[in-house]
Design a binder for this molecule. Structure first.
Ligand code: PGA
Length: 274
């Protein structure tokens, strides 16, 4: 049976790198080196560089994303950024990145609220999930990812007008990134087949929430963790995976040119057989 036609997405997470002074030229160089119409491209710079990147990318088909949003809509949260503040600056947002779960103590409940805030602000959320090495070695990767998703969904549903029904608007906007913690910034990637197996767990979890199979099958699932131009093919070869969330390599123009070019080959091949 032919699967749904999902977009191929390559998102770059610049993490805590670049300044407003140099982010624009990097964004332009990346956009020009990765101009592949078949691939949806997203650049996620630090908050302070969002405006510079937005301006630099004007007229280029590259979306701008934030690396985080706060779980509340507004309030006494010193130093934080609400989703609504990103209006005109970003159209995507990463939520629940493992570095924030680790360093900022983000919980699944907060991450579910962040999903809600993203929808209210018209942002497309990239929800990050992934197990640590101990859980991978103990055979618990599936359970960890399922728990992270279920926890976020429960709190999202609790603060959403549509409740836990399918009609909350999340299904048509959600992107999930499977990022095993042990693969982030380590140079060690997951195996393609293992990442694909987790993508199946992710979509089965959405179906378990009562989402129609067609809606779950339409949610793009990305892989993240030490993706480079040399490692991307293993993931693009898996029909369940739809692209990558790239950290370290997303700051390197040559690397991104290679990654997006490889992803475009898959996008063309999938389009030809759909
Ligand atoms: P990495 O980071 O590509 O540097 O491993 C990925 C991520 O954290 O999204």
């Amino acid at each position: 049976m032919m699967g749904p036609m999902r977009p191929v997405i390559i998102a770059g997470n610049w993490k805590m790198h670049t300044t407003p002074a140099d982010a624009g030229s990097l964004a332009t160089a990346l956009a020009d080196a990765t101009a592949q119409a078949a691939v949806v491209r997203v650049i996620c710079p630090p908050f302070v560089a969002l405006a510079a990147v937005r301006d630099a990318l004007a007229g280029r088909d590259v979306a701008v994303g934030a690396q985080n949003v706060h779980h509340e809509a507004a309030g006494a949260y010193t130093g934080e950024v609400a989703a609504a503040m990103l209006a005109g600056l970003a159209t995507w947002a990463i939520v629940g990145h493992s570095e924030r779960r680790r360093d900022a103590g983000e919980t699944d409940a907060q991450i579910g609220q962040k999903l809600r805030r993203c929808l209210e602000a018209g942002l497309r959320p990239i929800l990050c999930v992934g197990e640590g090495l101990e859980d991978r070695d103990a055979g618990r990767a599936d359970a960890v990812v399922r728990d992270q998703l279920d926890g976020a969904w429960a709190s999202f549903a609790a603060v959403s007008p549509g409740g836990s029904g399918h009609g909350t608007g999340l299904a048509s906007r959600l992107v999930v990134a499977y990022e095993p913690v042990w693969a982030i910034g380590t140079g060690r990637t997951a195996r393609g087949a293992d990442a694909a197996a987790i993508a199946r767990v992710i979509r089965a979890t959405l179906i378990g929430w009562g989402w129609p199979r067609t809606a779950a099958e339409a949610v793009p699932v990305l892989y993240g963790g030490s993706v480079t131009s040399a490692t991307i093919d293993a993931f693009m070869a898996e029909p369940e995976l739809d692209g990558a969330l790239v950290g370290g390599a997303s700051l390197k123009v040559e690397e991104m040119a290679g990654i997006v070019a490889r992803a475009a080959l898959t996008a063309h091949a999938r389009a030809a057989t759909s």
